[in-house]
Design a protein around this ligand. Structure first.
Ligand code: FUB
Length: 445
């Protein structure tokens, strides 16, 4: 009886924590986009007027690679949606490894997915390790809504062996699936979206050597773009090729993003047009500097030239979302930095994010496009730690100087704003003193 009661309590507890997780709001506007969990391989789609992001879900490693090293451990998928690229809704888990009828329930192999809409249904394509046999297959799960519930098909797509599915539906309604595994393959899909229509074609052979995985194909102004992680040296860049046919041949055109400056080996991406702007979704190991198989989704703007070529994207921390001055503005997600340093707030919980460290006069950081349009603030609040105090100059429109009192512990300190700030402003924070001052966030009340 005692055990039954404990079990009932545990089940109730886990159900309530799942309920908390579902529809949870995450507000950032900066990179990484989602905090509190890892989000790799982000595929972004526009459904029902919102951006939906279908990432895979890294967890701290529970399985080892054949060489004994810690390896990707990916048990399930969440889906996130946003209207403004700042506030994200986590719709919770949409598919678990133990729910895939043909999958190995403890393989932790739910790698990069995609989701597309056709004829009233949402088709979620995902790799998984089969219960019987080796390697990866690709399955389909179907839903009436972009956030599920998704029901997986009984068997994987026949004839597809590999990872990282991407599906393109052309203007004539025909759909194509692309995947990687011993090169890049592509094939038309039957109208049921669950079966190949013909024999797969090998599509990477005209490309420079180094295609690895993660193809993302889209069409813009009549051009078919094949974008993909490309290893020209040691780690993945993002590169692209174009064609006038969905199944190629594709001609290599150049880089979209260079290798990660901190050595994250993978970079998996998607491009999406939303409200007239194009965005690159990609990932980096921001919350896991020592283990690059725990990654986090990022977003930056992407621009096309007149002739359809893609401009190279420089990764930013500022990201693309509007950030309100009344929120806790994480200035460590800076647009530019000079002298100041960035570190984690809490080394035991990296999801708590970063802080800015000012250690000498002249150290400065800028956070662009801060939105003061709600109400002209009459106070500014600093969340700071300053063992000996210090002096910070804050520029938003005009410059104001604030004397930060000594505080060896984190403290929220409020000052009246000496001038009015309205509209969208670039924020600059500069140390005027040589003292060590750490700032977690700044907010304008
Ligand atoms: O996330 C696991 C794998 O790493 C993906 O499927 C690849 O594209 C790479 O990002």
């Amino acid at each position: 009886m005692k055990y039954l009661l404990i079990l009932t309590a545990l089940v109730a507890l886990s159900a309530s924590s799942r309920a908390d997780e579902k529809d949870k709001k995450i507000v950032t506007g900066t990179n990484p986009v989602i905090t509190g969990q890892f989000t790799a391989d982000p595929t972004a789609r526009v459904f029902e007027g919102k951006i939906y992001m279908y990432p895979s879900h890294d967890i701290p490693s529970v399985i080892t690679h054949h060489d004994g090293s810690a390896w990707f451990s990916m048990p399930d998928y969440h889906v996130f949606s946003s209207e403004d690229l700042t506030t994200w809704t986590d719709h919770g888990v949409i598919l678990r490894q133990e729910d895939v009828p043909w999958g190995k329930p403890d393989a932790y192999a739910m790698w990069a997915p995609d989701c597309v809409f056709k004829d009233g249904k949402y088709y979620f394509y995902f790799p998984d390790a089969p219960a019987e046999g080796k390697g990866f297959n690709i399955g389909v799960a179907v839903a009436d809504k972009p956030y599920g519930p998704f029901v997986p098909e009984a068997a994987p797509i026949e004839g597809v062996f590999g990872i990282d599915p991407c599906v393109l539906t052309d203007d004539d309604g025909k759909s194509y699936i692309y995947w990687s595994g011993m090169g890049l393959s592509g094939c038309r899909l039957q109208d049921n979206m669950r079966e190949l229509d013909g024999e797969p074609l090998r599509l990477d052979t005209p490309l420079p050597e180094g295609f690895k995985e993660g193809p993302f194909v889209f069409k813009r102004n009549g051009i078919y773009y094949l974008t993909y992680p490309w290893v020209r040296n040691n780690t993945e860049t993002l590169a692209y090729a174009i064609s006038d046919h969905p199944l190629g041949p594709f001609e290599y055109k150049g880089l979209i993003m260079r290798e990660s400056p901190t050595g994250c080996w993978t970079n998996h991406h998607s491009l999406v047009e939303y409200n007239g702007e194009w965005y690159l979704f990609y990932h980096h190991n921001d919350y896991s500097p020592d283990f690059d198989k725990n990654r986090s989704a990022r977003i930056d703007r992407v621009f096309f030239n007149e002739d359809g070529t893609i401009q190279e994207v420089a990764p930013t921390l500022r990201g693309v979302g509007p950030v309100k001055a009344t929120s806790k503005v994480e200035i460590d997600r800076y647009s530019s930095i000079e002298g100041a340093a960035i570190d984690y707030v809490d080394q035991t919980d990296l999801f708590r994010g970063w802080k800015t460290i000012f250690s000498k006069a002249g150290d400065q950081i800028c956070f662009n496009s801060l939105d003061f349009s709600d109400d002209a603030p009459d106070h500014v609040v600093f969340c700071v730690r300053a063992p000996k105090g210090g002096q910070l100059a804050v520029t938003a429109g005009e410059t104001a100087v604030f004397d930060i009192p000594a505080s060896p512990e984190w403290k929220e300190i409020s000052f009246p704003m000496p001038h009015q700030v309205t509209g969208v402003q670039d924020l600059k924070v500069e140390s005027l003193s040589g003292q060590h001052v750490e700032v977690d966030w700044i907010s304008f009340d």
